[in-house]
Design a binder for this molecule. Structure first.
Ligand SMILES: Cc1cc2nc3c(=O)[nH]c(=O)nc-3n(C[C@H](O)[C@H](O)[C@H](O)COP(=O)(O)OP(=O)(O)OC[C@H]3O[C@@H](n4cnc5c(N)ncnc54)[C@H](O)[C@@H]3O)c2cc1C
Length: 398
């Protein structure tokens, strides 16, 4: 008899885990709260570890990457306080040469790979109880309100930063979400900012607030507004557009104006507070968390999608290695993954300063530092400077 696993969440972590489980000889069943599979999403940079995991999961061939080519005129710009545009290092110039994708590109590739896996939309877990014979889960269909119980050999919580599985089994959000006193708003632009090339990237990083435009090769850019605030609760009251207009008022810049105007017309956007999830252990008994549910590193780290792919692939590999011993498999999985997660959770604080400096001083320091790195890079042989070709999905970055 094949063992059955309930995977909660049809995001990057859930689908990666389902592929890993199936490969290890398990039968995964995915439940997803939304009524249908989401598409689109914001800009994501996929780093070498994520590209390697994509290869391991067998999705590399399906994954559409969108790195703009510099040879085609695409560039990265920063805009200073006097409104002057200067060439700058962009997100894609980071070490590891991230592959530029939309979140939906990764999910679409995973979706193709999970063909044949049972997916129940509009379904969430309400109760999770572990017994001797497995895990009893009370599931609820959001459309009909119908509830039913089912047993599984393992429950995988891949239901994001505000995970229900974590809340039900491990405890309330407050025990695990760390406060970052910052907000984000991400959405797709209909059109590039006037006077910029279609696939240019732009960053305006001021003390406590920043506007980013991520240029893509064959898609309109995506935008990210991020700001620091000590009153997170207050940010969720009233109109979001008015709130953002007021936060970014005074940043009298055509880029910021275009982005804010575009937000009003955007069919959807993501508006949320920024946190990291910190847990002493990602599993208990027959329940394990993966992806943002377990270790959300947040957008500043740029490693959430990468770690979700890697986490799911590694879970499958550990189960395959310890087919008769679930405890040993989960121990080995966590021991192998935790150093990587901890390292990137730590560096996210520094990266946050690069996205949205905490003060005028940090803003000036950031500008000097990035200018210096850019000049040093500029002295290297031409082949090494700001290469923007989509990196090989084998993950062997140069
Ligand atoms: C603006 C922004 C930029 C980012 N940029 C990058 C980047 O450059 N590089 C990078 O690697 N990462 C980036 N990330 C992070 C990355 O997108 C996430 O870490 C990754 O998508 C997390 O995947 P996940 O599957 O763990 O969670 P999610 O994507 O949150 O998926 C969870 C799924 O579970 C479902 N769900 C939730 N609750 C329930 C429930 N009770 N029952 C059933 N289903 C449920 C949800 O509907 C969803 O489908 C960024 C994130 C943001 C917000």
């Amino acid at each position: 008899m094949r063992k059955r696993a309930l995977v909660v969440g049809l995001g990057i972590a859930g689908m990666s885990a389902a592929i890993g489980l199936r490969r290890a000889g398990w039968t995964p069943v995915i439940v997803e709260r939304a009524p249908e599979r989401r598409t689109g999403g914001y800009f994501v940079g996929l780093f070498p570890e994520g590209r390697r995991a994509a290869v391991d999961l067998g999705i590399a061939g399906h994954l559409h990457t969108r790195n703009p080519e510099r040879a085609a005129g695409a560039d990265s710009w920063s805009v200073d306080r006097r409104g002057r545009r200067r060439p700058a290092l962009g997100f894609l110039d980071q070490p590891g040469e991230p592959a530029a994708v939309l979140r939906g590109d990764i999910e679409a590739a995973l979706w193709q790979r999970i063909a044949g896996v049972e997916v129940r939309f509009g379904t969430t877990p309400v109760e999770i109880t572990e017994g001797t014979g497995g895990v009893r889960v009370l599931l609820e269909n959001a459309g009909t309100g119908k509830q039913y119980r089912e047993s599984f050999d393992l429950v995988v919580g891949a239901d994001g930063m505000r995970s229900s599985v974590r809340r039900i089994v491990f405890g309330p959000d407050e025990d695990y979400l760390t406060m970052w006193n910052a907000m984000i708003c991400a959405f797709q632009l209909k059109e590039q900012v006037p006077s910029y090339e279609a696939s240019d990237s732009i960053i305006i990083a001021r003390a406590k607030r920043a506007v980013c435009v991520f240029g893509l090769a064959d898609h309109a850019p995506t935008a990210l507004l991020t700001y620091r605030t000590s009153d997170i609760q207050e940010q969720f009251s009233g109109s979001r557009v008015q709130r953002l207009r007021s936060v970014f008022s005074g940043m009298d810049d055509p880029v910021a104006r275009h982005v804010l105007d575009s937000l009003e017309e955007a069919p959807e956007h993501l508006f949320d507070s920024v946190h990291q999830v910190k847990m002493p252990r990602w599993s208990t008994g027959r329940v394990v968390l993966v992806g943002d549910a377990a270790w959300c590193m947040n957008l500043y780290s740029g490693m959430g999608a990468t770690s979700s792919l890697r986490g799911g692939a590694a879970l499958g590999a550990a189960l395959q290695e310890h087919p008769e011993d679930l405890d040993a498999a989960l121990d080995a999985w966590e021991a192998g993954l935790r150093p990587f997660i901890t390292r990137h959770q730590r560096t996210a604080r520094l990266k946050q300063q690069m996205f949205v400096p905490s003060s005028r001083r940090a803003e000036a320091l950031r500008s000097v530092l990035l200018g210096l790195v850019r000049r040093i890079r500029g002295r290297r042989p031409a082949t090494k400077v700001g290469g923007r070709q989509a990196p090989a999905l084998s993950g062997t970055s140069t």
